[in-house]
Design a protein around this ligand. Structure first.
Ligand code: G3H
Ligand code: ZN
Length: 285
């Protein structure tokens, strides 16, 4: 079973559903991101999800990420979940179950429905045995320059399919496509709030929003009122980290990288604090 001090996704999302707020899920790429995310959660007294993508795991190393997050969680007095983001490689996903992740996403959104259901259900069976939560995805949140709901029409999550997906897989949380797009660098996306409500009514599970850096604050708050309980941010953190590095490196030619890394960490912490407040998660831990 899952060892303390890490919380499972199921634990924190149950509380979020009862309290009508959403938990922030923030992508970490290195030590400074992990420190910034957990420090911001403590600043705001909020539960938090630290998530690693397959790319971040390739960059930092699976066990390094797992141990760094675990250490941060041990020292924190707020619930911290360690989550695999967009897991597609089933071998890697199984390794995550063995090194301390308390939640995994299996992303079968690119697969035909039957195949997505079959593989997601299999991941749920593995994860259940060790007490770990699973997030599935239905519909597609693209990585591109889509900006309007019309362009996204064919990719959005269908509520009836979502009901079937949740019943047949047993996932703890469902990522949905409702108008957001990954890697937007400005907050311009407006979401299909009625679709979120319909999916929530059809499934009853906590819903997850991806591509949240590009969503307007108003839209984020509107979908949280309708059942979004986990909100993923990566690009907004990367922008802050990069700005911290660039500004510091431009201001001085000194070889020591620590001032730039410290500034980058500070700016990521500020972004995470802002997002936590926006989601209504501050003061909930
Ligand atoms: O899975 C990660 C998120 O969906 C992040 O999306 O980079 O657009 O914030 P974002
Ligand atoms: Zn995503």
């Amino acid at each position: 079973m899952v060892e303390l001090p890490l919380a499972t996704l199921e634990d924190v999302l149950q509380d979020a559903a009862a309290g009508g707020y959403a938990v922030g899920a923030f992508n970490a790429n290195n030590l400074e991101y992990v420190q910034a995310i957990v420090a911001a959660a403590e600043d705001e007294r909020a539960p938090v999800v630290v998530q690693a993508s397959q790319g971040a795991i390739r960059h930092a190393g699976l066990e390094y990420i797992a141990r760094i997050v675990r250490l941060a969680a041990e020292r924190a007095d707020v619930p911290v979940v360690l989550h695999l983001d967009h897991g597609r490689d089933l071998t890697l996903l199984k390794r995550c179950l063995g090194v301390g992740f308390t939640s995994v996403m299996f992303d079968g959104s690119h697969l035909p429905l039957e195949e997505n259901i079959r593989l997601t259900a299999e991941v749920v069976r593995w994860a259940r045995r060790v007490g770990i939560s699973v997030e599935g995805e239905l519909g597609q949140v693209p990585r591109s320059s889509y900006t309007s709901l019309n362009e996204l029409a064919g990719l959005l999550t269908d509520p009836d399919e979502a009901a079937r997906f949740v019943t047949e897989t047993g996932v703890n949380a469902l990522a949905v496509s409702v108008g957001s797009v990954h890697q937007m660098t400005r907050q311009q996306a407006v979401l299909d709030v009625r679709r979120v409500r319909a999916i929530r009514e059809a499934t009853g599970v906590p819903l997850v929003l991806h591509g949240s850096s590009g969503v307007t604050d108003e839209s984020l708050q509107a979908v949280i009122r309708e059942g979004i309980r986990k909100v993923n941010f990566a690009t907004a953190l990367n922008q802050a980290f990069r700005r911290g590095l660039e500004e510091t490196l431009a201001a001085s030619a000194e070889p020591d990288p620590r001032p730039a890394l410290s500034r980058a960490r500070e700016l990521v912490r500020e972004v995470v604090r802002d997002k936590i407040r926006l989601l209504g998660a501050a003061g909930r831990a």
